[in-house]
Design a protein around this ligand. Structure first.
Ligand code: HEC
Ligand code: HEC
Length: 188
């Protein structure tokens, strides 16, 4: 059954057969009179209040695994991000944003749209959060990797650590994503 669902999702994706159109992307910019980057409203707020059920979330995740892989590892070529270990708050926000057209993601939209209600958002987020971040991920493979890493570490500590944490662990209740272990090409 699982294989059939995955194969169907991929076949639909490959054939461009998924016709459900995503909502037109919002164009106001991240902070405007009409839109705040993380306004506490809509199905996101409903989902955040609910307790996710991992068992039901595992079933809901089957279709997602076709792109993000069953392990939640994503792909080293950067096409599909790692999801494993991400905070439930971030997962719920991103899914709700994609469903509402606040984050433009036409590839995933038809699949995000199949999640039925805030409870299912909470369930699938609870399942994904407890998946282990895989140790093997897409890394920088250019020249001077050591030098790049040292420069990158300095920059990270100056510009990013304040929000994403000393180890890229993010901050759950502020919706700051885990970025540790994310594929280099997706980060780019
Ligand atoms: C057809 C492929 C595909 C399927 C199926 C799919 N996604 Fe995605 N997803 C993507 C792509 C591509 C992105 C990244 C888009 C971008 O670069 O902004 C993404 C991004 C995400 C993000 C944001 C991750 C981040 O790091 O910001 C979340 C959360 C997510 N997907 C969850 C899911 C869930 C849950 C499902 C199942 C209901 C699912 N996806 C199904 C392709 C897919
Ligand atoms: C003031 C806090 C803050 C700082 C500083 C910050 N970020 Fe972020 N970052 C965020 C928030 C909040 C989000 C999620 C935005 C959203 O939900 O739309 C985010 C999202 C991201 C994402 C997307 C994650 C994903 O899974 O899709 C990446 C990658 C990222 N930040 C990297 C960085 C890097 C690298 C730096 C330093 C150059 C940095 N951030 C500095 C708050 C911050």
């Amino acid at each position: 059954m699982k294989k059939v669902i995955l194969a169907t999702a991929l076949a639909m994706f490959a054939a461009g057969a998924v016709q459900a159109g995503p909502p037109a992307p919002k164009t106001q910019g991240i902070e405007s009179k009409d839109y705040k980057w993380n306004a506490q409203e809509g199905e996101k707020i409903e989902a955040l209040k609910l307790k996710g059920d991992r068992k039901r979330g595992e079933e809901a995740y089957e279709v997602c695994g076709a792109c993000h892989l069953p392990s939640g590892a994503g792909r080293p070529d950067g096409t599909f991000p790692q999801l494993a270990g991400q905070h439930t708050t971030v997962l719920i926000k991103q899914m709700a944003d994609i469903r509402a057209g606040l984050r433009d993601n036409p590839t995933m939209y038809p699949f995000a749209a199949t999640l039925t209600d805030p409870q299912e958002l909470a369930d699938v987020a609870a399942y994904i959060e407890q998946l282990c971040i895989p140790p093997e991920h897409g890394k920088y493979e250019g020249k001077d990797a050591d030098k790049q890493l040292a420069t990158g570490k300095d920059l990270y500590e100056k510009e990013c650590k304040e929000c994403h944490g000393a180890n890229g662990e993010g901050v759950k209740d502020k919706f700051y994503p885990v970025i540790a272990g994310q594929h280099y090409k997706y980060l780019l």
